[in-house]
Design a protein around this ligand. Structure first.
Ligand code: NAD
Length: 417
């Protein structure tokens, strides 16, 4: 995965005159720690879980990135996600480098008490690596606000003082920020709205298919449907549903919140069950992958009917599928821009924790909108200027900021002049 991600760095570098030092610095992670977490299970036995944290690059500031609990999590995935976070923070001009963490576990198999012990064990193992000025975790797939709260509490116990700024995505009552819960989707929504005319999404109800119905997928469904978009297909890990006349998002949220699957809606009205792969090829105007990596690949990229793909998930389109989508005229709003609303409001949470002063929700929405529109516009213009897809434009944009920072320490030319 990391090798594939690095091809995007190489491609962006061909458009910029960056010093070789920059590539040397960015092609490897700075620091990755692998550990085995041991926890006591409810039945008295002990079980161990593989866990990682990667700080990819901290040239632009302390590193930032979520923690994922997933049975297929791997070291390569963590390093790659940390690489993407480095570029995402640079795209948004946040004063952060990139990081990521994971535990190889299916959290649905754990009791609530076991999940709390695992979350606290993660912080015990990585306490020397994280910190409000060093590395600041956040939620990701199958982790949530309550887990962030346990982790912040554990870190405070180790440091012997409360330290809310060590982690973001916390419950509001524990120093979380208003607007963090839907920030990832809201950032993507502001981006789509800003580029609506250029993307041909204006006029008449446009049809949307959403893969994944967790934090990112559920909120984008809610925001777009409230704005007149028609949600025609939704999936989660257990299956997918389709109705060309539109799915009631409130009902889908209710089915999911009750601990079930969106598939429970199949059979109601015109809703029928389809396979997860069929969702990728559903007739729609906007396709929103909001689940996991590599969901659109060489095997199914040619089936995409949507004219626009909004990547709320990280890495949902494999590198070799990019040219297929481009040839078919599909515009991809790339992950490092499209889902950057999450880390941006995480940044706002960290700022609020450090200043001890909390902002109103409308202030948060306004600040997020301003940044999404400004960086989205720069990337749209860069794409036009260089004649590239928006992913390459985003990497060019991020790489120029990273290169400025790395080169500010001096380059070979400086030291040999
Ligand atoms: P989540 O755990 O809240 O939800 C994940 C959803 O994906 C669940 O509904 C799950 O059922 C579904 N899913 C899993 N495997 C699937 C499959 N094969 N097909 C269809 N659905 C499947 O996670 P999330 O926070 O919404 O994250 C989703 C994606 O968004 C991830 O790639 C994550 O890295 C990315 N992301 C999240 C945030 C954030 O703030 N939450 C920020 C940036 C990027």
């Amino acid at each position: 995965m990391l090798d594939s991600a690095l091809t995007r760095l190489d491609r962006a570098a061909t458009f910029l005159n960056v010093d070789p030092d920059v590539i040397e610095k960015l092609k490897f992670p700075k620091e990755t720690l692998s550990v085995r977490l041991m926890i006591r299970m409810d039945d008295g036995s002990r079980r161990s879980f593989l866990a990682w944290r990667c700080r990819y690059d901290d040239t632009r500031g302390p590193t930032k990135g979520g923690i994922r609990f997933h049975p297929q999590a791997s070291l390569d995935e963590v390093n790659t996600l940390a690489f993407w976070m480095t570029f995402k923070c640079a795209v948004m001009n946040l004063p952060y480098g990139g990081a990521k963490g994971a535990v190889q576990v299916d959290p649905r198999e754990l009791s609530k008490a076991e999940l709390e012990r695992l979350s606290r064990a993660y912080v015990q193992a990585f306490a020397s690596m994280i910190g409000p000025d060093r590395d600041i975790p956040a939620p990701d797939v199958y982790t949530n606000a309550m887990i962030m709260g346990w982790m912040a509490d554990e870190y405070g116990s180790i440091r012997n003082e409360p330290c809310p700024a060590v982690i973001t995505g916390k419950p509001i009552a524990l120093g979380g920020s208003l607007g963090r819960d839907d920030a990832t989707a809201r950032g993507g929504y502001y981006l789509v709205k800003h580029l609506e005319r250029e993307l041909g999404l204006e006029g008449g109800p446009k049809r949307v298919a959403i893969q994944g119905f967790g934090n990112a997928g559920m909120h984008i469904a809610r925001l777009l449907s409230a704005d007149g978009y028609r949600i025609v297909a939704i999936s989660d890990s257990r299956g997918a549903i389709h109705d060309p006349d539109g799915i009631d998002v409130a009902q889908a949220i209710a089915a999911k919140s009750a601990g079930g699957s969106v598939v429970a809606l199949a059979g109601r009205g015109g809703i029928r069950e389809i396979s997860g792969d069929e969702l990728i090829g559903v007739e729609c105007d906007l396709l929103v992958p909001a689940a996991l990596e590599d969901q659109i690949h060489t095997g199914n990229a040619h089936q995409v009917k949507a004219r626009t793909v909004l990547e709320l998930a990280n890495g949902p389109v494999s590198a070799d599928a990019d040219p297929i989508l481009a040839e078919n005229g599909v515009v991809v709003l790339p992950d490092i821009l499209a889902n950057a609303g999450g880390v941006t409001v995480s940044y706002f949470e960290w700022v609020q924790n450090r200043q001890g002063y909390y902002w109103r929700q409308d202030e948060i929405h306004e600040r997020l909108k301003t940044i999404m529109e400004a960086e989205g516009e720069k990337i749209w213009q860069l794409g036009k200027e260089h004649g590239t897809d928006l992913r390459t434009a985003s990497y060019i944009h991020a790489l120029s900021r990273l290169a400025n920072a790395i080169e500010a320490h001096g380059t070979q030319k400086f030291f040999t002049a």
